[in-house]
Structures are given as structure tokens and as C-alpha cells.
Design a protein around this ligand. Structure first.
Ligand code: ADP
Ligand code: MG
Length: 238
């Protein structure tokens, strides 16, 4: 049966659909890090996630990123029910549909910017020449085509994070998942990275950004606040 919130035939599935998704660590004593909740994130939406330390941000991010299985509810990514998938299925789904960006960049220091991006494509089944072309295109998207041959040590913090974003974008993910992407940056570099995320959002990229930074949190169209594992979702006032 179809009704409000149920996509009809042909309508694209939401990127994220949580149906009563929650997580309780068994303990003892058991600890509910995420109380069950519903969430729908459609393609092209930009969601920010905030909350104090211990509120469940990492748990939420790990579930969305298919790094941790929820203990309650169903999680559909691009309409695919992730619950029944085994490790190989989860790894394939994660590799093809989710791009991760971390606070600490995690670039290989002795490889060029282009190599760092290309390495993300090793499992995508592309021939070497296409990998290089795809990597250069991703660097172009983040405004770093001219720095393709630079080692990370020769790049500013903001440029390093943009290389990391290019690496995440290279697989053309359904979802770009960013954990404190400006956490290691000074304010100038942070502004550049935030502007890039705005651009990607304007180009239609679906974004989920975990942040302590109220400036970043105001950028998204929607905001999820976590407190003691309880999620509250709202629109961002403009
Ligand atoms: P945040 O990222 O917002 O700091 P987390 O998701 O890491 O929060 O943690 C949420 C709650 O779950 C915290 O109370 C934390 O202590 C608890 N927790 C996290 N990981 C585990 C674990 N492996 N076992 C038991 N409790 C955990
Ligand atoms: Mg955390």
C-alpha cells in the first residue's frame, strides 16, 4: 500500500531510511547509545548532526556508514535493506555508495594528492587509466587540479581536507559522510571547506556532516540534535 511517505513506483528511494533504528550496547549493564527513531534523508538533502560528547554521534555515524549494525529497527540505504547483508555485502555497499571524510584527513603522506584519490578507486573495478582520469576529475571538483602532484606535506590543512573530500567523491557516492570535517582547521581553512560543502550540496550531493561547530551546523537544510542518545530532527531556520 502506498501513502504519505511511501514512495510510489518509479519514485527514487530515500538515501537514508531509518525505521525505529536504535542501538543498545549489551553491557552489563546495558547502555542505550541511540534510542530508536525514524529518519528519512532524500537525495540532495544536507543534514548536520550535533550533540555533546557521549550523546551518540559516533554511534549514529557508524550505523549510517555501515560500520556498526543497529540492535533495533531497519536501515535502508538507497532502498536496500542493510539488515540481511553479511560482511561482504556491507563492504560492497559501503565502498560503492558512501564517501567518508574524517577530521584528521587520513591521507597517505608519501603519495601525491592524485595517488591518494586514485587509491580509493582500486576496488571500483576501473582500468588504471580511468582511475587516473576519475581522480583528476575529483580533484578538479574540489579546486585542486593544479596540486595533483603535490605531497600532502606540501599542502595546507584546508587543501589536505579538500583532497580527502576528492577521495570520498571519486566513487560518486550516494552519501558523503563527514565527521568534524573542519575540526582540525583554522578559521580561514574551515571557511573554505564549508564553502566547498555548500557547493557540493548545490550540485546535488547528499551530505551528512557531524559537527561541534555551530557555523557548520547552520549550513545544512536540516539539523539532527542528539542528547543522551535521543535524536531530535528539525529544519534549519533561515
Ligand atoms: P559521541 O560520539 O557523541 O561522543 P558515542 O556514540 O561515542 O557518543 O557514545 C554514546 C554512548 O555510548 C556513550 O555513553 C558511550 O560511553 C557509549 N559507548 C560507546 N561505545 C561503547 C561500547 N563499545 N560499549 C559500551 N558503551 C559504549
Ligand atoms: Mg564521537
Amino acid at each position: 500500500m502506498s501513502g504519505p511517505g511511501t514512495p510510489g513506483p518509479g519514485a527514487p528511494a530515500p538515501v537514508i531510511a531509518f525505521h525505529g533504528v536504535g542501538l543498545t550496547y549489551p553491557g552489563p549493564p546495558p547502555l542505550t547509545a541511540l534510542h530508536p527513531f525514524d529518519l528519512t534523508l532524500d537525495a540532495g538533502e544536507y543534514l548536520t548532526v550535533t550533540g555533546p560528547s557521549g550523546s551518540g554521534k559516533s554511534t549514529f555515524l557508524n550505523i549510517v556508514g555501515l560500520l556498526q549494525a543497529p540492535t533495533a529497527g531497519r536501515y535502508l540505504l538507497d532502498g536496500i535493506d542493510t539488515g540481511p547483508l553479511g560482511d561482504a555485502g556491507l563492504t560492497a555497499l559501503r565502498g560503492g555508495r558512501i564517501g567518508f571524510v574524517f577530521q584528521a584527513f587520513h591521507l597517505l603522506p608519501h603519495r601525491t594528492a592524485e595517488d591518494n584519490v586514485t587509491l580509493a578507486l582500486l576496488h571500483a573495478g576501473l582500468p588504471r587509466r580511468e582511475r587516473a582520469a576519475t581522480a583528476r576529475e575529483a580533484l578538479h571538483r574540489v579546486g585542486l587540479a593544479h596540486r595533483a602532484d603535490a605531497l600532502p606535506t606540501r599542502l595546507s590543512g584546508g587543501e589536505r581536507q579538500r583532497v580527502a573530500i576528492a577521495r570520498a567523491l571519486a566513487v560518486r557516492p550516494s552519501l558523503l559522510l563527514c565527521d568534524e570535517p573542519t575540526g582540525n582547521l583554522d578559521s580561514g581553512n574551515a571557511r573554505q571547506v564549508m564553502a566547498l560543502l555548500d557547493d557540493l550540496s548545490a550540485q546535488g550531493q547528499t551530505l551528512l556532516v557531524v559537527t561541534h561547530d555551530p557555523e557548520v551546523a547552520r549550513r545544512g537544510g536540516r539539523a539532527l540534535a542528539l542528547h543522551d542518545g535521543v535524536a531530535t530532527c528539525g529544519e534549519v531556520a533561515r
